[in-house]
Design a protein around this ligand. Structure first.
Ligand SMILES: [Zn+2]
Length: 392
């Protein structure tokens, strides 16, 4: 333990005291002893007379200019206050009054948050006025910390599950956990691993296959990707599934989900994210709904397609496989075309993917045994699990 003068007998120093009843400034001497501050008169006849004594536990820090420690007394109706400029004395008081320091820390934290918020509000008003909200979201995305997006993704994921699980399957909604599905899960992990290795994403991917009949997939903020087992049913080769998955990985890499949430839910949501308190409230419900309802622009989809082509080539797979599965899905007019296919210009997309030149003949990303296991990652549910599970 270091031995400092402050630990010894009372520290004294000059201060200014306002008694709270008049506006007269009184020059006083303050004595900081073990338990309390003693305020002593320092002039005239009453010199060294004790004017007041404030226990440390009752001290309250008041806002003050830099270099001044301004103190009041808790629960005091009078506006009595002390102003201390002597740094050593101020430090000794802050040292001894624990509650004071806690209050001060909270106040400083709040002040910092308010400053950050006002700054963000002012900056965003300017950017919105000049560029509009979509442009604002694009400009702000690079500034959103990855950890915040990750947390947002987890919160949306928890919230969105119930909506996606329209058959109320509960724990059976996601495939791959049952013993009979383990081989399928292992094959999926192998496929995801091949893409993830070459993708170099800022977050780990959480890819899940869920029991939904649509030939669809979707990416949430922060690396969550859902593959409907309807899409696996439609895929004829592992590379077709991988191509679709790579398209969703493109949305993850481009942070498209987070940008959409910011564009739609707006700036107040951004502030909530910045202050880190968005997880509990209605904001996540709005964000989840936004992710479900909104569709990406043609440019964003084309960019995810281009990402897929590039990633598939890097992984040694067939870059045209995405076009092949899109063609098959588009051929079936009754199928919904929402997320993977959320635009009517799918034929243009297919043409663009097919137009990319590919060198050599790629090998399938999974062998026949793994592919067969992956096709069966959603084992049939027991008849009594639910009333209306559709078979795929
Ligand atoms: Zn897409």
């Amino acid at each position: 333990m270091t031995d400092t003068p402050a630990m010894h007998a009372p520290l004294r120093g000059p201060a200014v005291y306002f008694d709270g009843t008049s506006s007269v400034r009184n020059d006083v001497v303050v004595e900081a002893d073990a338990k309390a501050l003693r305020i002593l008169a320092c002039r005239g006849q009453g010199r060294d007379r004790v004017l007041d004594e404030w226990p440390y536990a009752e001290l309250r820090r008041m806002s003050a200019p830099e270099g001044v420690l301004r103190l009041g007394r808790r629960g005091e109706t009078l506006l009595a206050r002390l102003e201390i400029r002597a740094p050593e004395l101020a430090a000794a008081i802050e040292d001894r009054a624990e509650a004071l320091d806690r209050g001060g820390a909270a106040e400083r934290r709040l002040r910092r948050q308010i400053v950050a918020l006002s700054f963000a509000a002012a900056a965003s008003l300017v950017v919105t006025a000049v560029f509009g909200l979509p442009a604002l979201a694009s400009r702000i995305i690079p500034l959103v910390p990855l950890a915040v997006e990750h947390k947002l993704g987890d919160a949306i994921d928890r919230n969105i599950r119930g909506t996606l699980d329209s058959q109320h399957l509960g724990s059976a909604f996601a495939c791959g956990a049952a013993p009979s599905e383990a081989a399928g899960r292992a094959a999926l992990d192998k496929l995801v691993g091949k893409l993830e290795t070459v993708a170099a994403l800022p977050f780990p991917l959480h890819v899940e296959v869920v029991r939904r009949a649509e030939p669809n997939a979707m990416a949430l903020p922060g690396g969550h990707v859902y593959i409907d087992d309807g899409l696996i049913a439609k895929a004829q080769t592992p590379d077709e599934l991988a191509g679709a998955l790579a398209h969703e990985i493109g949305h993850v890499a481009h942070r498209d989900g987070t940008r959409t949430v910011l564009q739609t839910a707006g700036l107040s949501f951004l502030f909530g994210m910045m202050l880190g308190d968005f997880v509990g409230g209605g904001a996540v419900v709005i964000a989840a709904r936004t992710v479900l309802k909104s569709s990406y622009s043609r440019r964003v989809e084309a960019s995810a397609d281009a990402y897929s082509v590039d990633l598939m080539a890097k992984a040694g797979g067939d870059p045209h496989a995405l076009a092949a599965i899109l063609k098959r899905i588009v051929g079936d007019k009754n199928e919904g075309m929402k997320l993977l296919l959320d635009h009517p210009e799918t034929k243009d997309r297919i043409a663009a993917i097919d137009a990319v030149a590919v060198a050599g003949t790629p090998l399938p990303l999974l062998d026949a045994a793994d592919w067969s296991a992956l096709k069966q990652i959603c084992a049939p549910l027991p008849a009594n699990a639910t009333g209306n599970v559709s078979a795929h």
